[in-house]
Every structure is written in structure tokens, then in C-alpha cells.
Design a protein around this ligand. Structure first.
Ligand SMILES: Cc1cc2nc3c(=O)[nH]c(=O)nc-3n(C[C@H](O)[C@H](O)[C@H](O)COP(=O)(O)OP(=O)(O)OC[C@H]3O[C@@H](n4cnc5c(N)ncnc54)[C@H](O)[C@@H]3O)c2cc1C
Length: 461
């Protein structure tokens, strides 16, 4: 008898391997299509599934740290990828780092031996008609990339990300910072989104921006530090000329000491209420989430190394004790404008049999990609077995990522990838001195258990 899969998964990386396992464990027949080894992306080197393309760290294992909390949630959900990581752990302090070949071999073996999964070693160049989850990751390109791009309507797939750092709102020092929009009206932060912001009516009102003023001496020292700071070099396959439209601040600083002051640090239209004067330069912060607990540094996409970002950006007086929820980065990436084009089950609105998971959906990092593989698989398994599963609660890291991908955005919002951070979760009252993160972590763990009580009955009964 011919073996017809219930679901096809394209790509056997972090998301695809996890999704295949979860669907097969739910009793479905899965074809996992992986192009390696006959075709390799510029970053992949081994024929194994679950290959880590760069660092061997799955980040912190402290249950209060965002990455640690997400891994706790994944373990509770029975993640196969995290189980393989735990099995191949190497000493790395608080972090879960793995012996990468043992880790990838374990994933490959588990998948190969699962009776519900068939591995097909070939490149997929089109989207099948039957249910499919596309998990081809940050280096999706070529024919399949073109097919997806056409399905999305042309301009809803991005091939690079240029991300500005995000800081926690309660770590901004308001002895220095002040709230105002430029010229005291709807605005007008100066970055690559400005045109679309304006088209969409600008920011949501007077004073939405937080401004971090600098005097001449502070600005000059800052520029010197940016010029001297250690930068991350692009990979061979990352073309720097691609970044003209979202120039890193260090490239602007190299062009001349005043370039940033006429660019993202432009002070015009702003008056510091403490001095009554226009500052010499200003870093504007824009809300990153609806809870107003996280703000991004407008126009500050950067390739400075992470420790350098912390050191140099803390030279900005209002950010001297800033907590960085995520650092800036610029790299080759492929992701789709998920809020605009995908439905609540990560399905193409125009073609619901086609789903996406992993980094393609606008999450960043190994464990985040694995998490979205698991969630999309559970939801599809629920549908195919007639037992619909609700999405993870928004108070969990799984739910925070799910919401990031699916929440509707205002017209003009530039969707960008995220990794896990507490800015994705609804805040609790209090400050960090009140152990707020510990309490949010406890809430997440409790809410996850309640959710698991529901979905285990629904999905894996
Ligand atoms: C250079 C680089 C370095 C990175 N470093 C880190 C890091 O240090 N830490 C971190 O957390 N994240 C890092 N990332 C991000 C990382 O790739 C993702 O976090 C994660 O691997 C994405 O998981 P995924 O399952 O979406 O895609 P992947 O893990 O990349 O898996 C995609 C799979 O799809 C296969 N595939 C692609 N196209 C096709 C096709 N047409 N047909 C069949 N198969 C196909 C690929 O061969 C691959 O096996 C890095 C990314 C890049 C590009």
C-alpha cells in the first residue's frame, strides 16, 4: 500500500525536526523533506538534521532568564530537540551548550527511527497541495523562496534584518530623559520607517517618544567610542552593500563626526524641558510593545558586538543603567511579514494548507525556532485529528512568541524578528526590586500547566 503523508514538512532544522516529531507523536504520518546533502545553504555543512549553524549554545538555563523559561516550557511540552540537547550537554555554567554533532546525530536518529516519519532527501522547489509546514529557515532562497514570495504578494518577504537594540522601560533614567514628539506633534522619528510612519499618520500621539539628550562633549565621546568599538564582521555571503537603506550607526559615524547628528540623533524639533534649549544630539526611543515596557533605539541598527553595545550605549546619560532586552544586529535572514500574511495557525491566508514555522515566521534563535515548530505542529495536529488546540497563553514565553507572530499590527509597522524577552509578556505591577521577573516566570509556569491540561487532552490523548 502506498504511504501517503498526512503532513509534509520542508526543512529539517530546529523547527522542522521538532514539528515532524510532534506531529508523528500525535499519530500522523509525516514526510520530512530535507535538501541536504545534495544542496547546502552557505551556512550548513553537515548532512545531519538539527544542525546548529553557528554557536553551540542554546543560551541560559536559569528558569527566570527568558531563554531558560522558554526551555523549561519546551521541556514540559515534551520537546524532542531540547531532550537531545539535554542528552548532549557540555559544561557551560548557567547556559545549555551542546556537543553539536552528538546533538544533531541524536535528532537525526530519533527522526529516522520514528515509524510515523519518512525522510526525503531532496530540495523542494514548489509548495505541495497537501498540508505542508515550511521550515526552511533564514537562508531560504532560490525557487522555493520565489514561490513563497509570489504567494505573499511580492513585498512581504524580507531577506535581511537590521535590528535596533531594545531596552527595558524601567531601566531608563528620567532624570535625563524626557517624553516628547518632534515639534510637539505627531511624528517623526528619523529612521528607515519614517516614510511609512508618516503615511500611517505618524506615532500615536504627542509625547510617545522618550528622548535621551546629549551635550556636545557627551556626543563627541560617544562618536569616538562607536568608531573604536569592536564590530561583528559579516559572513562571506552577507553583502554589506545591501544595507544602504538601513545603514548601521557605525557606518554613519565613519562617514563623519556629524553624520549621526544629522541622521537618527537629529535634535531638531525637540526642547529639553530641564534646560529650555534644544539638545546637541538626541537618541529617540519608541515603544516596542503594547505594554510600554520595552523601547527600541530608533534608527540604531548596528553591527557592534553585544558587549560593546552595552558599554557604548550606556554612555548615553539616560541609558547609563539600561537593561538590554535585545541587542542590535544586522544579518542575512529570510522572514515573512507574518502579521500581515499569516492567520492564527501560521497558515497563509490565501492558501490555508500552507503553514510556516521557525525563523521564517519572524522569531530569532535556535530555541525560538524550535518553539514555533512545536506550537504550529500542535495546532495542526489538533485540527487534523478534530480536536482543536488553543494557542499557548500570552503570559508564557511560548505565548509571547506566538503573539509576536500573529498579533495584528498598525499599518506602517515594520515587522521584525524577535528572540524571547520579558517585553513579550503582559507586565505585572511593581519594579524589578520586587522580583518582578521571578513572579512573571512563576506565572508563566503556572499558566503553562493549565494550558497543558487542556491541550494534552485535546491533542495527544
Ligand atoms: C549564519 C547564521 C548564524 C546563526 N547563528 C545563530 C546562533 O549562534 N544562535 C542562534 O540561536 N541562532 C543563530 N542563527 C539563527 C538560526 O539559523 C536559527 O535560529 C535557526 O537555526 C532557525 O531554525 P529553522 O528551523 O527556522 O531553520 P534552519 O535550522 O536553518 O533549518 C532549515 C533547514 O531547511 C533546509 N532547506 C532549506 N531550503 C530547503 C528546500 N528548498 N528544500 C528542502 N530543504 C530545505 C535546510 O537545509 C535546513 O536544514 C544563525 C543563522 C545564520 C544564518
Amino acid at each position: 500500500m502506498r504511504w501517503e503523508p498526512d503532513v509534509t514538512i520542508v526543512g529539517g532544522g530546529m523547527a522542522g525536526s521538532e514539528a515532524a516529531w510532534q506531529l508523528a507523536e500525535a499519530g500522523l504520518r509525516v514526510a520530512l523533506v530535507e535538501m541536504k546533502p545534495s544542496a547546502m545553504s552557505p551556512a550548513h555543512q553537515s548532512p545531519l538534521l538539527g544542525e546548529l549553524v553557528c554557536s553551540n549554545s542554546l543560551r541560559s538555563d536559569d528558569p527566570v532568564a527568558p531563554a531558560g523559561l522558554l526551555k523549561h516550557e519546551l521541556r514540559r511540552c515534551g520537546s524532542m530537540v531540547i531532550a537531545c540537547a539535554d542528552q548532549h550537554r557540555v559544561p557551560a555554567g548557567q547556559a545549555l551548550a551542546v556537543e553539536r554533532f552528538g546533538f544533531a546525530r541524536a535528532i537525526t536518529q530519533r527522526i529516522a527511527l520514528h515509524p510515523g516519519i519518512r525522510i526525503e532527501r531532496r530540495r523542494m522547489d514548489e509548495l505541495p497541495k497537501s498540508p505542508v509546514i515550511v521550515c526552511t529557515g533564514p537562508l531560504t532562497e532560490g525557487q522555493l523562496g520565489e514561490v513563497i514570495r509570489a504567494e505573499l504578494g511580492g513585498d512581504r518577504m524580507y531577506f535581511y534584518d537590521a535590528i535596533a537594540p531594545i531596552v527595558a522601560a524601567d531601566s531608563i533614567d528620567f532624570d535625563y530623559a524626557f517624553r516628547a514628539s518632534r515639534w510637539g506633534r505627531d511624528s517623526d522619528a528619523i529612521d528607515r520607517d519614517t516614510a511609512s510612519d508618516r503615511a500611517a499618520g505618524g506615532d500615536t500621539g504627542v509625547g510617545d517618544y522618550i528622548n535621551c539628550p546629549m551635550n556636545k562633549a557627551q556626543y563627541d565621546d560617544f562618536i569616538t567610542a562607536v568608531n573604536a568599538g569592536r564590530k561583528v564582521l559579516p559572513h562571506d555571503f552577507e553583502e554589506p552593500k545591501y544595507f544602504e537603506s538601513c545603514m548601521p550607526i557605525e557606518v554613519m559615524a565613519e562617514r563623519g563626526p556629524q553624520t549621526l547628528r544629522f541622521g537618527p540623533m537629529r535634535p531638531i524639533g525637540l526642547r529639553d524641558p530641564r534646560t529650555g534649549f534644544r539638545p546637541w544630539a538626541v537618541v529617540q526611543l519608541r515603544p516596542e510593545n503594547r505594554y510600554l515596557t520595552a523601547y527600541n533605539l530608533v534608527g540604531f541598527q548596528t553591527r557592534l558586538a553585544y558587549p560593546e553595545q552595552q558599554r557604548i550605549f550606556q554612555m548615553i546619560p539616560a541609558l547609563h543603567r539600561a537593561e538590554f532586552l535585545r541587542y542590535g544586529s544586522i544579518h542575512r535572514n529570510t522572514y515573512i511579514d507574518a502579521p500581515a500574511r499569516l492567520g492564527e495557525r501560521f497558515e497563509l491566508r490565501s492558501r490555508p494548507n500552507v503553514r510556516f514555522a521557525g525563523l521564517l515566521t519572524g522569531v530569532e534563535g535556535y530555541i525560538e525556532s524550535c518553539a514555533m515548530g512545536l506550537v504550529v505542529a500542535w495546532m495542526l495536529a489538533g485540527e487534523l485529528t478534530g480536536r482543536a488546540a488553543p494557542p499557548p497563553p500570552p503570559t508564557t514565553m511560548l505565548g509571547g512568541l506566538y503573539h509576536h507572530v500573529t498579533a495584528p499590527r498598525d499599518e506602517g509597522y515594520k515587522y521584525g524578528p524577535t528572540n524571547v524577552n520579558y517585553g513579550l509578556l503582559p507586565p505585572l505591577p511593581g519594579t524589578r526590586k520586587d522580583n518582578r521577573k521571578e513572579r512573571m516566570s512563576e506565572r508563566a509556569r503556572a499558566d503553562l500547566e493549565t494550558w497543558l491540561g487542556m491541550v494534552r487532552v485535546n491533542v495527544a490523548a
